[in-house]
Design a protein around this ligand. Structure first.
Ligand code: SF4
Ligand code: SF4
Length: 74
């Protein structure tokens, strides 16, 4: 997914991992083309500046721990 952040927009989409739900299976790591997912304390962690929001990691997570959210920039 290509994202366009408009100059007047104050929100941005972000891919996040719900650490409470992640079971550490590493399935998401294998499909991430940007290699933006690392494991920290056996939980997936997304390096935001590398993530291009392609959303490939979302459907492979067996426990639906990866979510796309809208965050406020200011
Ligand atoms: S959205 Fe794409 S680039 Fe971002 S963490 Fe998931 S698979 Fe990697
Ligand atoms: S696929 Fe889901 S459960 Fe598996 S490591 Fe990634 S976020 Fe965690």
């Amino acid at each position: 997914m290509d994202e366009v952040v408009l100059p007047w927009s104050d929100t941005q989409m972000m891919i996040i991992v719900d650490k409470a739900e992640c079971v550490g299976c590493e399935e998401c790591l294998h499909v991430c083309p940007a290699k933006s997912i690392l494991m920290k304390s056996e939980k997936a962690d997304i390096v935001q500046h590398r993530c291009d929001q392609c959303e490939r990691c979302i459907p492979v997570c067996p426990v639906k721990a990866i979510k796309i959210v809208s965050v406020q920039l200011k």
